[in-house]
Design a protein around this ligand. Structure first.
Ligand SMILES: *[C@@H]1O[C@H](CO)[C@@H](O)[C@H](O)[C@H]1NC(C)=O
Ligand SMILES: *[C@@H]1O[C@H](CO)[C@@H](O)[C@H](O)[C@H]1NC(C)=O
Ligand SMILES: *[C@@H]1O[C@H](CO)[C@@H](O)[C@H](O)[C@H]1NC(C)=O
Ligand SMILES: *[C@@H]1O[C@H](CO)[C@@H](O)[C@H](O)[C@H]1NC(C)=O
Length: 322
């Protein structure tokens, strides 16, 4: 239901305002330049596959997620118990919480929005950087941390009920691991959700965040905060969010750095269409990965995928997709 028509995919770049795209991919002086290292398919399977599968489910209808009968996306995930959902498939994006018995984890997955929508939110001048809600993140008070206004407003609409659901899910299942995931706008929400959960849970609980097609969500202070806040799974010796950028997807390059936005570290970049070649990009906004993309080659189709294991986002693989 959220999939884009081919026509809108093709006409999208032209419909976007040029200033943002003219500079969004350019690299500023503070971009990392370290050489990316190969990230194997085995690493993809053991670290990124399950979060991607859950982020794919989040695009299916709320009823089919609740009953866990959403077709291929649900069938790929066994031994899942649905616990809670919130939001809707309109202005307040859907999220769900589930217990993954095989992985001994609680999963929080955020639905995204179609590429046209996320790019127009990002491109909307009324959504600049605003102060991070220091009442929710008390340890950040006075630290000059700013985030995308539209993302924070959207996050706040479901934050309290989501957090209550996670706390009760941890208590009822006894697991010690929370996996937060999402694609596109859902990835941006996942970073805020993961940081919130990390603040609320016992330090012994492992919280990871994995995002796909993640736009920049805040300033340098926010990027640094995320880098210290959420632990990444092995095998990367890195603390923070992990996010996967697919080839020439324009979304990870916006909003642009010249407006004060900065990515946290932890980027895994997909190099080609083979679903076999991945690299880990050291530092923040590494110029050798999505940040260095040539704007003229922007591909909105890359935002949807496939990323690996034939996973695409946007709902086209759900049983009730139109
Ligand atoms: C990764 O998983 C896919 C399917 O899930 C499988 O076909 C492939 O052999 C796996 N590759 C490695 C290296 O584990
Ligand atoms: C997962 O489900 C399979 C069959 O449905 C079962 O054999 C297995 O024990 C389950 N694993 C867990 C951890 O519940
Ligand atoms: C900030 O976070 C608190 C919870 O700590 C919440 O009650 C409040 O609504 C949030 N403020 C805004 C403006 O969203
Ligand atoms: C806040 O951080 C921004 C970078 O994100 C920087 O440009 C600005 O000077 C900082 N302001 C203060 C008061 O430190």
């Amino acid at each position: 239901m959220l999939s884009l028509s081919l026509i809108s995919l093709l006409s999208l770049p032209a419909a976007l305002s040029l200033p943002l795209f003219g500079l969004g991919g350019s690299t500023a002086d503070d971009s990392a330049t370290g050489a990316p290292t190969p990230f194997s398919l085995a690493d993809v399977n053991s670290t990124l596959l399950r979060p991607a599968q859950f982020a794919r489910v989040a695009y299916c209808s709320s009823a089919s997620i609740t009953a866990w009968n959403c077709g291929t996306p649900c069938e790929a995930l066994k031994n899942i118990t649905f616990l809670q959902s919130g939001g809707d498939q309109g202005l307040v994006p859907l999220y769900f919480i589930a217990h993954d018995a095989d992985d001994q984890s609680l999963v929080v997955a955020h639905e995204g929005t179609d590429a046209k929508n996320v790019l127009s939110i990002l491109n909307d001048a009324q959504f600049g950087l605003v102060a991070l809600n220091a009442s929710r993140f008390p340890e950040t008070a006075g630290k000059n941390i700013t985030v995308h206004d539209g993302f924070q407003k959207t996050f706040e609409r479901t934050a309290d009920s989501l957090l209550a659901g996670v706390m009760s899910g941890l208590a009822s299942t006894g697991v010690k691991k929370v996996v937060v995931t999402g694609h596109s706008l859902g990835a941006a929400l996942a970073t805020m959700t993961g940081a919130m959960i990390k603040d609320a849970v016992d330090p012994s609980v492992d919280v990871t965040v994995t995002g796909f097609g993640l736009p920049r969500g805040g300033n340098q202070g926010w990027a640094d905060f995320l880098d210290g806040q959420v632990r990444l799974f092995s095998p990367l010796a890195h603390v923070g969010v992990t996010f996967v950028s697919n080839q020439n997807d324009p979304v990870p390059t916006v909003p642009p750095k010249f407006l004060g936005f900065q990515h946290s570290s932890g980027e895994i970049h997909i190099v080609d269409d083979s679903q076999q070649n991945f690299v880990a990009c050291p530092g923040q906004d590494n110029a050798n990965c999505a940040t260095g993309n040539n704007v003229l080659k922007s591909s909105v189709a890359n935002h949807l995928g496939p990323y690996f294991d034939d996973i695409t986002f946007g709902g086209s693989q759900c049983s009730d997709s139109s």
